[in-house]
Design a protein. Structure first.
Length: 181
């Protein structure tokens, strides 16, 4: 379901207009959930004046960095109180309180800032996706230079650095142990 948001005074014919396209939905609590980022889900809770971020499917080391950059941007733009940013009650989640205002629509301002953040981050997570696809392709369909045909590698009695039968003193990582041969 698409959500249309108009920013600016509707009575004015001339004014700032910004068209944003985000993959977002409303949940049953009327919170706006944004799914465009590769690592996090961003939730705007208008009733409680909060912005929350949650790790997506896989929890990795990039999640906190993405959350930190988002809240730094929202704090820099004056939308979120930086002193209120804290860990949430869900593992790897962060939340921050939105400043209260009667002059502006805070939800629309947050959506514009989040759109700016996602557009700034998009080249990075698209690069990661392309790189992972390149690595998968190199493993599943290697070039002739990076592969050998079956039977092309000659057989030898001993290969590599670890001895095949038993442990030998001084020639192995296991020099303190011994075996009967």
């Amino acid at each position: 379901m698409a959500i249309t948001i108009k920013v600016g005074n509707q009575n004015k014919a001339v004014g700032p207009k910004e068209i944003i396209k985000l993959d977002m939905r409303k949940n049953l609590n009327d919170d706006i959930m944004i799914f465009d980022h590769a690592d996090i889900v961003i939730v705007i809770d208008s009733k409680n004046s909060k912005v929350c971020t949650y790790a997506k499917d896989v929890m990795n080391s990039y999640v906190y960095g993405a959350q930190n950059r988002l809240f730094h941007l929202l704090s820099k733009k004056g939308l979120v109180d930086p002193a209120s940013v804290q860990g949430g009650n869900v593992f790897e989640s962060l939340e921050g309180e939105v400043y209260k205002t009667n002059k502006y629509d805070a939800t629309k301002m947050l959506l514009l800032a989040i759109y700016e953040y996602i557009e700034e981050e998009r080249p990075y997570f698209e690069f990661v996706e392309d790189y992972e696809e390149l690595v998968d392709d190199s493993m599943s369909d290697p070039t002739d230079e990076d592969s050998t045909a079956l039977g092309e590698v000659p057989q030898e009695t001993r290969k590599g650095s670890i001895p095949v039968s038993g442990y030998t003193y001084g020639n192995s990582y296991y020099w303190n142990s011994f075996t009967y041969e």
